[in-house]
Design a protein around this ligand. Structure first.
Ligand code: NAP
Length: 539
């Protein structure tokens, strides 16, 4: 093999694609190692998800104080979350605060969408090309492109013919949208649609919600953080983050060790009632240990939530439409809501069940279903993302010998620890397929630190080529497929099982995400590092 050129002959030691939370933290860490690093970001500023998703009501449903970066005491001390679940404007301000504090922007090139990344075996380097044709070389390539960052519009005939305003929630304009008196349509009732609908219902003239599949949702119970609670939070950050490290998906909620049928009917009902009245994901992540694996156990919580929907929605025909019939509670990613169901009691809101009366086309005036044509001033597409692999698909990644990543993954992603791919040396993925997602910043911090450890190792040993082995990839991919067997979520169509009917070829379920526990994931990755990365091919 030819000797690779020194790093100094390349434009950068490392290139990171994306300046969301992953890319920002990775930049900070690689800079600390002394690597010449450049981030390329399509947007005009930092924030990733929080930069793009400016739709009305966007907010996270992990507790704010469990969401921020934990690695810097200074950041923790200087930042104060105003609400238990912060809204998008505040979270974007937080991203900017971090970028300012760590002086990140000087190494980030904005308005720079990466279109291709091509590996050169002779030079053991990557060549990254941007939309404007400019190109840069580097030794190591870190993708920080997010699991939910490629929005998808519905494949409905006539979409471009609409004469009013139309927005996808993940491409929301920076200028305010005036809803006063407007006839507005929302297509999509996932976590995004629910947040949008509950936020704009009182503002618009008339709102029509087009629902294809009803989703289970539970109350968020957001609220302001008062001064006393703020002080308590700040004093207990070490415990909060230690707890997140112990739980299955890095949220602060721990599952109840009991099974749903190990308690009396009355106790079970009281348990559900309590969780329904508490903040956040407790009802999903802190519920009986078997509700997401046992159909009968799941039916008890599904039945409880269905009763809540019937209580909260006055018109029982509408209530029935809002109750999912094809999947159990929590088997898709649970949206958390704030008076979402009550929206349907408003005289200016109508629910159209398009599983009964499908949308036939978008017209210049609005939306035509099999029943009638509705006229609108604004159509909002809350139709989700080409998740997990979608942001990889839109960059032309080519590894050793010109192998296309799209071809390597044509039957679903194949990865080593969700971090590397055989045939793509020196490319490392943060929050790529097959990693533990959960409370995302917690997972990001772990993955970035792991990548940083590998980069330090490569720097210290003078390594210029790091590659996952075919065996390593096969073992991890098999493990990821096996670990989720038995989960009810595996039997349901959702972005988590790789389904998006708006994207060619994404109609068959795949295993795209690691469904094991975060502590198990970290233990496996730590073991690899402790063994000197000997499972990789190093040169
Ligand atoms: P999503 O969960 O995939 O929901 C998309 C919605 O659009 C679904 O109701 C889907 O219906 C509908 N849809 C898609 N194509 C359609 C078509 N052609 N015709 C009619 N309806 C169509 O996407 P999302 O709501 O944007 O959420 C994605 C994920 O982002 C969430 O699960 C969550 O992980 C994350 N998120 C987080 C937060 C937060 O932290 N608070 C907020 C928002 C989003 P079907 O179900 O029938 O496909």
């Amino acid at each position: 093999m030819t000797a690779s050129p020194p790093n100094s002959a390349l434009d950068f030691d490392a290139i990171i694609i994306g300046a969301g939370l992953s890319g920002m933290y990775q930049l900070y860490r690689l800079r600390e190692l002394g690597l010449r690093t450049r981030v390329f970001e399509a947007g005009t500023d930092v924030g990733g998800t929080w930069y793009w998703n400016r739709y009305p009501g966007a907010r996270f449903d992990s507790e704010s104080y469990s969401y921020g970066f934990s690695f810097s005491k200074e950041l923790l001390e200087e930042w104060e979350w105003s609400e238990h679940f912060a809204g998008q404007p505040e979270t974007l301000r937080y991203c900017n605060f971090v970028a300012d504090k760590l002086d990140l922007r000087r190494d980030i090139q904005f308005r720079s969408r990466v279109t291709s990344a091509i590996y050169n075996e002779d030079t053991r380097s990557w060549r990254i090309t941007l939309e404007d044709g400019s190109a840069f070389t580097c030794r190591f390539l870190v993708t920080a492109i997010g699991p939910l960052s490629t929005p998808t519009l519905p494949r409905i005939e006539g979409r471009d013919s609409f004469k009013g305003q139309a927005f996808h929630t993940a491409r929301w304009p920076k200028e305010p949208v005036d809803f006063a008196g407007k006839r507005v349509a929302v297509i999509g009732t996932g976590a995004t649609g629910i947040q949008t609908i509950q936020t704009i219902a009182a503002e618009v003239g008339h709102l029509t919600v087009f629902q294809r599949t009803a989703n289970w949702a539970a109350p968020l119970h957001n609220g302001k953080i008062d001064a006393e609670t703020q002080a308590k939070i700040k004093a207990s950050y070490p415990e909060i983050f230690a707890r997140c490290q112990e739980t299955f998906a890095c949220f602060i909620h721990t599952p109840d060790p009991r099974g749903a049928f190990e308690v009396s009917d009355a106790e079970r009902e009281a348990h559900y009632e309590k969780l329904y009245g508490e903040r956040g994901f407790g009802i999903w992540q802190g519920n009986f240990r078997d509700i997401l694996i046992d159909k009968a156990a799941n039916a008890t919580i599904s039945d409880f939530i269905a009763r809540k929907i019937r209580e909260r929605v006055k018109d029982q025909k509408t209530a029935e439409k809002l109750i999912p019939k094809n999947h159990g509670f929590g088997t898709r990613r649970l949206p958390l809501e704030t008076f979402y169901y009550e929206v349907y009691n408003r005289p200016n809101v109508e629910l159209v069940d398009i599983s009964e009366t499908p949308i036939e086309r978008i017209t210049p005036k609005g939306i035509k279903t099999s029943e009638k044509e509705y006229e609108f001033d604004i159509i909002i597409y809350a139709t989700g993302f080409d998740a997990i692999t979608g942001s990889f698909d839109r960059i032309d990644f080519r590894g050793a010998g010109g192998l296309k990543l799209k071809d390597a993954w044509k039957s679903g992603p194949e990865t080593y620890l969700g971090l590397m791919v055989h045939g793509f040396p020196n490319m490392i993925m943060v929050m790529g397929p097959h990693t533990a997602l959960g409370n995302i910043p917690r997972s990001i911090e772990y993955s970035v630190d792991w990548v940083t450890g590998l980069m330090r190792f490569a720097r210290d040993k003078g390594l210029t080529r790091l590659e996952a082995t075919p065996e390593g990839v096969k073992d991890w991919t098999d493990h990821v497929k096996e670990i989720g067997v038995g989960l009810l979520s595996y039997e349901v169509d959702s972005w988590m099982t790789g389904i998006n009917r708006n994207v060619e070829g994404k109609t068959t379920r795949i295993v795209a995400r690691y469904a094991g526990s975060a502590p198990d994931y970290r233990a496996r990755c730590d073991e690899v590092a402790a063994k000197g990365y000997s499972e990789l091919t190093l040169a």
